[in-house]
Design a protein around this ligand. Structure first.
Ligand code: FES
Length: 104
């Protein structure tokens, strides 16, 4: 079962911008990548650093702690590493951006 939670307005984030989200006890961060919204867990899969302050180059985010890079559109490491960021589906409904959370 899934739930949809409003997290932003559709015109809130311009391309290249990000927004920190706190949803049901989780810290997430949403990026606008060339008009596509991507929400990820705000915890680096390497050692838990906050990805919200990472440097974004195109769709690739560099973790501020140790510099590992993650392609946010693919969810994986463009350099061939095995770590993956946890992504969450988002979609728009009217003027709202909805985050989809799966419930076990
Ligand atoms: S915690 Fe992100 S690269 Fe190490």
């Amino acid at each position: 079962m899934s739930r949809q939670i409003p997290v932003a307005l559709v015109d809130e984030l311009a391309p290249g911008q990000r927004k920190l989200l706190f949803v049901e006890g989780r810290s997430l961060v949403m990026f606008n990548i060339g008009g596509e919204l991507v929400a990820i867990d705000n915890s680096c899969p390497h050692n838990g650093a906050a990805l919200s302050s990472g440097q974004l180059e195109g769709s690739v985010l560099r973790c501020p702690a140790h510099g590992l890079r993650f392609d946010l559109l693919a969810g994986d490491q463009p350099d061939g590493g095995k770590l993956c960021v946890h992504t969450f589906p988002v979609h728009t409904t009217g003027d709202k951006v909805m985050l989809v959370l799966e419930t076990p």
